[in-house]
Design a protein around this ligand. Structure first.
Ligand SMILES: NC(=O)c1ccc[n+]([C@@H]2O[C@H](COP(=O)([O-])OP(=O)(O)OC[C@H]3O[C@@H](n4cnc5c(N)ncnc54)[C@H](OP(=O)(O)O)[C@@H]3O)[C@@H](O)[C@H]2O)c1
Length: 347
């Protein structure tokens, strides 16, 4: 008889007592027995959140053995892969190994199905037995290990019409293009910061689709490589390279590009800290900033906006919004160029 679990997974919280699994410092990652409302996953690949992987890799000086050490240490201490410095997680790809008795027949999953979890690794009970390969260029780590998906946890079945690693990397950032679809309307001027990265490219495509010919999409990139990539894709009306940690010069550039009007919506997709004020200053006073980046500081954004007398509305990058997986995978089906670049980079 399996033990009864809580929908949100609080039965696995070790400390502090009473909190949900995400903010918990330690959760139980014993997988020998599962609770009646859990799904046990045989994990194949971890897609570490970009802000987290960039941070771990920097701490490890790029040394794969040190990266492994840090990852094992995080899981040993917390029972999950929540980066203690960025607070962020990522998601995973694996095969359903066991479904708890209380869920059987109630969900559209069966044992043996391949899925990507769409809830953060920062709350997912995880056991890593072996780290087999680190693909640093795409933030992916192949492992032998197990994970638990709680009853409230969302997932996507891996589609059969694209390589699984391609689907995994797109689903990792699915919240961003789907939120972009909701926020942008015809005629808007949209600034996307970190536009040449994974979520950035998806957001540029979606933004252009939504703002139409009367709107304008400005893509701010960083390296020459991502700049050239985004220019070739042709989704943006303007692409320029700059440093998003430099608020004043970026603001001046956006002022020049918008005839002083600034952006109606700014979407922040970078993987480094200290870009809050660039996002705020480039946005109209009654505009909106969507911070998808996990390197965003709530304090810096809120107090910084107050400090410059800006009335912008700021949205925290909830990784989930309705239909996010479908919207994101659809982009890759719809646009051959985008899919080609994603296949080259991530599959
Ligand atoms: N909210 C959520 O649920 C959620 C889920 C997944 C990921 N995220 C977060 O979303 C962010 C983006 O993820 P991703 O996978 O799209 O990352 P990514 O592919 O690594 O893209 C990050 C981009 O930031 C750019 N960048 C770095 N430093 C910059 C600077 N100084 N100025 C301007 N641009 C700079 C990079 O440009 P170059 O390549 O040219 O250097 C890169 O294109 C990360 O912070 C990640 O943690 C959030």
């Amino acid at each position: 008889m399996q033990k009864k679990g809580n929908k949100y997974g609080t039965h696995r919280v070790i400390e502090p007592k009473g909190v949900l699994p995400q903010p918990a410092n330690k959760i139980d990652n014993n997988m020998d027995e599962i609770y009646d409302n859990e799904i046990l996953i045989d994990v194949q690949t971890l897609n570490i959140d970009s802000a987290s992987f960039t941070d771990i890799s920097t701490r490890a000086g790029g040394d794969p053995e040190k990266i492994k050490e840090i990852m094992f240490d995080i899981v040993a201490k917390q029972g999950k892969h929540r980066n203690p410095w960025t607070g962020s997680g990522g998601m995973l790809l694996g095969t359903v190994e066991k479904i708890g008795d209380a869920l059987k027949g109630k969900i559209d999953l069966k044992e043996g199905d391949k899925i990507a979890t769409l809830v953060s690794l920062s709350l997912t009970p995880l056991r890593i037995d072996k780290i087999k390969e680190i693909r640093a260029d795409v933030d992916q780590v192949d492992i032998d290990g197990k994970a638990i998906l709680f009853e409230s946890g969302i997932y996507a079945k891996i589609p059969t019409d694209m390589p699984e690693k391609l689907a995994l990397s797109a689903l990792d950032v699915a919240g961003a293009p789907a939120q972009t679809a909701k926020l942008c309307k015809p005629g808007d001027t949209v600034l996307i910061i970190g536009a040449g990265g994974k979520s950035g490219m998806l957001c540029c495509y979606e933004a252009k689709k939504r703002v139409g010919v009367t709107g304008k999409v400005i893509g701010m990139t960083h390296s020459p490589k991502s700049t050239e990539r985004l220019q070739k894709l042709g989704f943006c009306d303007v692409v320029f390279s700059g440093n998003a940690t430099d608020p004043v010069s970026t603001m001046e550039k956006i002022s020049e590009l918008t005839g002083g009007k600034m952006a109606d919506i700014t979407i922040n997709n970078v993987n480094i800290p200290d870009t809050e004020m660039t996002s705020v200053l480039c946005t109209k006073d009654d505009g909106l900033v969507y911070f998808f980046s996990m390197a965003t500081s709530f304090t810096k954004a809120a107090l910084g906006a107050e400090g410059v007398g800006s009335d912008v509305t700021m949205i925290v990058g909830n990784g989930y919004t309705k239909g996010h997986a479908e919207i994101t995978l659809q982009e890759l089906r719809e646009n051959a160029e985008l899919r080609k670049i994603f296949e080259e980079l991530y599959a």
